[in-house]
Ligand binder design. Structure first.
Ligand code: IMP
Length: 435
């Protein structure tokens, strides 16, 4: 039995969907433990493209159980429409293969309204959020005024809290942000529909996880966003409001830390960022355009063009440490094909001094200039490679240099969007630590 965590090591969008889909084959259960529908995991299954925002990717595999943990923030309307859309495409979604934590917090319409109003007011200083109400929902959770999934099952309690919350939120929306207030009657009506639809899916997720562990079955924990969007460890305030690091599995799904067997860090062969915030290796030239065009770097949640740049191993080393990575899954390597030379950032120069860490002071981080190592590029098509030895020498060199710099072995290499376009050197479910 193994419990494997898969998470992003950069600023999200590392190509998690494909790798999670690939590894789901070895697990009985797939669990989301943080974030919400700010995520967008793209999967191509049987030639069909699916984008999932809330439901774990395992849903596309018959017989797999998908759990949404307490650490996730759930927009009930989005979850219902995601279930309906999957069903319309022939995917079976029932309480047998999908369960929702009774302790997860609900993203309410006022959270979306506040997210958008706040970003609009910030103007140029905006965070560049996905506008999905993520921050305001986690704020209410921390302030202990949030509504939880379990509250949907207690109408009286739900409506009383809705009234109190809405009074305050509408006051802020109207008086401070000069935005439209929300209509309580509409939310009340909608919430009755949410309850009817979602009640059968509500469950005690930590107990389900415990039962799965006791049955010696494998569990895959599906991270969303990326390590440098982490509320505590990322480039604050240009971060999300949850903890995408591995330790979050324990808090957000209720699995004790000693039960995590393996942590796989997703590394895209270059770097992207969507939203604002410092990005030392960003490329505003034709190479940046090459990466965006070839890598189809447009947000799967918001459609925004992603900012693109060279691989940054300062960022990756920090991720290796914060997550105690056991292995790396290197994705989108084929996108680098055709580039003359390939650069890897190995350090920063800050006010004339070479440093190998990310300064906590964002102003200092903004002044950091990347120190690059240059490697030869390649022109050969690598999208059909099945083994490491089948890759051109320049590609192998790139992978070896990455391994040396971050001191984590590369276990999986993805050379195209299809499942088959993967070189699996190590299967985390077969190489996990023995307890
Ligand atoms: P929020 O999570 O919507 O509050 O957005 C905060 C920051 O995280 C913004 O820069 C978003 O673009 C970024 N972000 C949130 N979710 C994702 C994701 O799944 N991939 C990449 N960036 C994300």
């Amino acid at each position: 039995m193994s419990n494997v965590v898969i998470l992003g090591t950069q600023w999200g969008d590392e190509g998690k969907g494909k790798i999670i889909d690939l590894l789901t084959e070895y697990a009985s259960t797939v669990v989301r433990f943080q974030g919400g529908n700010n995520a967008g995991h793209t999967l191509v299954v049987g030639g069909e493209k699916f984008i999932l925002h809330l439901i774990p990717s395992g849903i596309l595999h018959p017989g797999k159980k998908c759990l949404i943990g307490n650490g996730v923030v759930v927009d009930p309307a989005v979850l219902i429409s995601e279930i309906k859309r999957l069903r319309a495409r022939g995917v079976k979604v029932t309480p047998k293969n999908l369960a929702l934590s009774e302790r997860a917090h609900l993203i309410m319409p006022y959270h979306n309204a506040l997210d958008l109003a706040r970003e609009a007011r910030k103007g140029k200083k905006k965070i560049g959020t996905t506008g999905r109400g993520i921050g305001p929902c986690y704020e209410d959770k921390a302030a202990r005024v949030g509504l939880r999934v379990v509250d949907l099952l207690n109408r009286k309690h739900f409506l009383a809290n809705l009234r109190t919350n809405l009074e305050e939120k509408n006051f802020i929306l109207e008086k401070f942000y000069k935005a439209e207030p929300l209509n309580r009657a509409k939310i009340t009506r909608d919430s009755a529909k949410w309850t009817r639809f979602l009640a059968p899916f509500v469950a005690n997720i930590t107990e389900r996880i415990d039962q799965t562990v006791r049955k010696n079955e494998n569990i895959l924990f599906e991270g969303a966003q990326g390590t440098h969007l982490d509320l505590d460890h990322g480039t604050y305030p240009f971060v999300t409001s949850s903890n995408p690091v591995a330790g979050s599995v324990s808090a957000g799904a209720g699995l004790g830390p000693k039960r995590i067997d393996s942590v796989v860090g997703l590394v895209k062969a270059y770097t992207t960022r969507v939203g604002d915030g410092p990005f030392p290796t960003e490329l505003m030239d034709k190479i940046g355009k090459h990466l965006r065009d070839h890598g189809q770097e447009y947000g799967s949640t918001t459609g925004r063009p992603r900012r693109c740049g060279w691989l940054d191993t300062v960022v990756l080393r920090e991720s290796a440490r914060l997550n105690s990575l056991d292995m790396v899954a290197l994705t989108k390597l084929d996108i680098l094909t055709g580039l003359d030379k390939i650069k890897i950032c190995v350090a920063y120069k800050l006010d004339g001094k070479k440093i190998k860490y990310i300064p906590a002071d964002l102003n200092a981080f903004e002044r950091c200039e990347p120190v690059y190592e240059t490697l030869p590029g390649w022109t050969e098509d690598i999208s059909g490679a099945k083994k490491m030895s089948g890759l051109p020498r320049a590609v192998q060199k790139y992978i070896h240099r990455l391994t040396d710099l971050i001191e984590v072995p590369v276990g999986i290499v993805s050379v195209g969007a299809d499942r088959e376009q993967t070189i699996m050197l190590k299967n985390p479910f077969k190489t996990s630590r023995k307890r």
